[in-house]
Structures are given as C-alpha cells and as structure tokens.
Design a protein around this ligand. Structure first.
Ligand code: IMP
Length: 432
C-alpha cells in the first residue's frame, strides 16, 4: 500500500481508530500528526475494548512503528498511563516500536486550568471543549511560549524557560482566576521526571520518517477529530485548535507533501457531534436518543452524550473537496439496520436559496435548514455478512446514492464494532 492519510470527514468520532487498525496491517509506520488526548480512538480486539488517546492505533499491530508527530500535543502523565495500560494488556510499547517527536509540545498544568476557566467564563457561549488544555497549549505554541518535550531533557534550559513562563501564568491565575498560584519547584520536578520516563521514545521523527520513506517503507498518517472541527475549515469558533484535515499532515510530521499518495476519508453512516456548535442535520426529537443508544454514542474521552443526526452530504462533500479525498470508508452501517427509512441531507435551504457548498460563515450556517431525500431502509441484520454480494439490495442502493451525491467511491464499510466486521468494496483495499 502507498503512503496514505486517514481523516475524519465529519465532527470526529467517525471510527478512524478502527479503520487505522485495519489498514495498519498493510503499512510499516503509523504516524499521528495533530490533536492530543482530546481524541479517543476505540478499537475492539478479541472482545476487549481498547481506547487510545495519544498513541496511534498501529501500536496494536506487531512489527509496526507508531509515531507521535510534532503537531500533536501530549499530556505526559496521561501518555505514560496509556503506555503502561497497553503494556499490561500484553502489547509491546518500546523504543523500537514507539517514537515521539522531540518537537512535540507539552500540555502543562496551567493549560488545563485555563481551558476549564475559559469555558466556565464563556457560559452559554462556551465551545464545549474536552477540558484537556488543548486550546491553551496550541495558543502558547503559536505565541512562542510553549514547552517542547525535548526541553524536559535539558534541566538548565527547561528551568530557565519554565521559571519565566510560570511567573507570567501565575499573574493570570492569581489575579484573573483568583486561584492558588502554581509552585515552580513542584511543576519543574514533576515534568523533569516525565522527561526521564519518556526519554527513550523521543527522537527527531521528521528525520526518521524521511529515512524510512527513502528506504521504501510505507506510512499511514492518522488524523484525530474531523474536518468539521479543523481550526481553519471547521465550524469556527466551535472547533479544535489544530488542522485535523490532510493539510495538517506535513506541518504536523515534517514530511513533504510529495510523500502523500492517497487520502482516505472516514464517515459515519449518520452524523454525530460532541460539544457546542452548529449541526444542521441534528435530530432534536426522541429519535436522536434512539440513534444514540443504538450507536452507543457517548464520548470516548469525556463520556458526554454525542448529538446525533442524519448523514450530511453537504458537509462531507465539502470535506472531500478541501482535502482531496480519493476514497471514502463508511462506518456503523449496522446502527441503521432497524430503520424503515433513512434520510440524507442533499442541500441546505438558506432564505429563498438552496446551498450545496458548506457555508464558511456561522451566521449563514445557523440559519440553514437541511433538505432531505429519503431512502428505504434494509431492515436486516448485517452481522456475519462478509461478502459485498450478500449486502441487502436497499443498502447497496443507499451506498450508490451516497457515491452519486459525493462523487467519490466508497471503498469499505463497517457492519459491526469488532475488528473483523468490515467489508472492502470496489476492490477497496487492493486498489489503494
Ligand atoms: P478541544 O479539542 O478539547 O479544545 O475541544 C474543541 C471541540 O472539539 C469540542 O467541541 C470538542 O467536543 C471537540 N472534540 C475534540 N476532540 C474530539 C474528538 O476526538 N471527537 C469529537 N469531538 C472532539
């Protein structure tokens, strides 16, 4: 398989972890390029549920190398717990199969404080963040007052930087948040210790990826969240603070755009969103709850109930265009199996116009009404189906409808939560 990018085309939680787990069998390296432990990638292996927050899903496959790229932000305490959890479950996590970019930024205690404080100050205008300090750590990165993971390995340098940063942060913590200031010595000692525990994994991963690609090794670049949460192309300001789309790959791993051969988009057969912000196809009556229960739609990181809605072809078409997606993989079809009819949003009604390009302005988007087409459900159990020929006729018609609307081939569908419950279509995995 060539070098591919796997991205979410909706508001995250499309099942990327699961798809990366399937595809990672066919590459040598899996590299994450953005986001942090706001992500929660769920994979079910041999009946056991594994949730990964930082580490690429490739870690579950023997002989594959997993990389945390420079565009990711890490919370060292949580990352160390994740490593330990995997090791206790029998998975190898060693300096041979796990690498962290030395340029990766570190979430500090003040980032988490500020994330939560900013959300509570915003009241009903809040973003609905995961509270993990993601926004504040990316803010500091861009403002040039961040701490990189390699800083933790040089005590004198780290001491100098942290002293001046904490002095500034404490003014804000005391005067604005009216909270207890942070103790420099305590934070310094804690983070120096994390540096030592992570030391063996830290390396220049841009160089490592370059050398591997030069030696014909293949890489899968794993996105977190989804395009509609991308800081530039999502429903700003109700977005995360990084480029979740394919545009984030080069900046977030230090590879050339020429390295990328194929871009795969992942969509759920319906739509979900966690947190605040516009969601044109949201189902606000009791049926939303039915879908939530059927799809077990609760956040893998925060446990929050996900908002549920119909498939939005306007949003997914936009994701395809902005990212140059070559093929789509559609997850959770089994969740729709009991429905008599299924709705697909084919356009938005805005005042007296019909819009099919996703609006960039929030004031337009919030006034858009979805226009639906209805298709017949397939009303049959998909468990055990492994051959595309055995898929119900109405399901094939639903897929055909989506392919026509999106002008993109669907190369795989998932029909159940376990690792094996997927069906390649159109020679999907072979043609990539
Ligand atoms: P933050 O990334 O914690 O700053 O949260 C910003 C927005 O992105 C909120 O609406 C979150 O619910 C959403 N978000 C962040 N990570 C994920 C994810 O992995 N899946 C779905 N939504 C997410």
């Amino acid at each position: 398989m060539p070098n591919i990018v796997v991205i979410g085309t909706q508001w995250g939680d499309e099942g990327k972890g699961r798809i990366v787990d399937i595809l990672s069998e066919r590459v040598d390296i899996v590299a994450r390029y953005q986001g942090g432990n706001n992500a929660g990638h769920t994979i079910i292996v041999d009946g056991k549920t594994i949730v990964l927050h930082h580490i690429p899903s490739g870690i579950l496959r023997k002989g594959k190398v997993s990389v945390i790229g420079n565009g990711v932000v890490i919370d060292p305490k949580i990352l160390l717990e994740e490593i330990e959890g995997l090791q206790k479950s029998g998975y190898e996590v060693s300096s041979d199969n796990f690498k962290i970019s030395d340029r990766t930024h570190v979430i500090m205690p003040y980032h988490k404080l500020m994330d939560k404080a900013s959300e509570s100050r915003m009241g009903d205008k809040k973003i609905g963040t995961t509270g993990r300090g993601i926004g504040p750590v990316y803010e500091d990165k861009v403002a040039r007052r961040g701490i990189k993971v390699s800083d933790l390995l040089y005590p004198e340098h780290f001491e100098q930087r942290l002293k001046s940063i904490i002095a500034q942060k404490n003014i804000y913590i005391e005067k604005v948040l009216e909270a207890q200031p942070l103790d420099f010595e305590e934070v310094f000692a804690e983070y120096i210790a994390y540096g030592q525990q992570l030391k063996s994994y830290i390396t220049d991963t841009s160089l490592m990826l370059y050398e591997n690609v030069k030696n014909n090794k293949t890489v899968l670049f794993e996105g977190a969240q989804g395009v509609m949460l991308d800081v530039d192309f999502g429903t700003y300001p109700y977005v995360t603070s990084s480029n979740a789309g394919a545009g984030g790959v080069c900046a977030g791993t230090g590879i050339s755009p020429k390295t990328i051969d194929h871009i795969v988009g992942i969509s759920k057969a319906y739509t979900t969103r966690v947190g605040e912000g516009p969601f044109p196809t949201e189902i606000t009556d009791g049926f939303g709850e039915v879908l939530r229960k059927a799809g077990n739609e609760y956040g893998a990181t925060t446990g929050r109930p996900r908002r549920c809605g119909w498939f939005d072809a306007v949003a997914v078409s936009y994701s395809i265009r902005v990212n140059g997606i070559n093929s789509l993989m559609l997850t959770k079809l089994d969740v729709l199996s009991d429905l008599e009819t299924i709705r697909v949003c084919t356009g938005y009604k805005y005042k007296d116009q019909v819009i099919t390009d996703f609006p960039s302005n929030l004031s337009i988007l919030t006034q858009c009404e979805p226009i639906y087409e209805e298709v017949a459900g397939w009303k049959s159990d998909l468990s055990g189906v492994s051959d595309p020929k055995d898929l119900p006729q109405n399901l094939k018609a639903y897929l055909g409808k989506l392919e026509d609307l999106l002008e993109t081939e669907i190369s795989l569908v998932s029909v159940g939560p376990s690792r094996e419950e997927f069906i390649p279509l159109n020679n999907g995995l072979i043609s990539i």
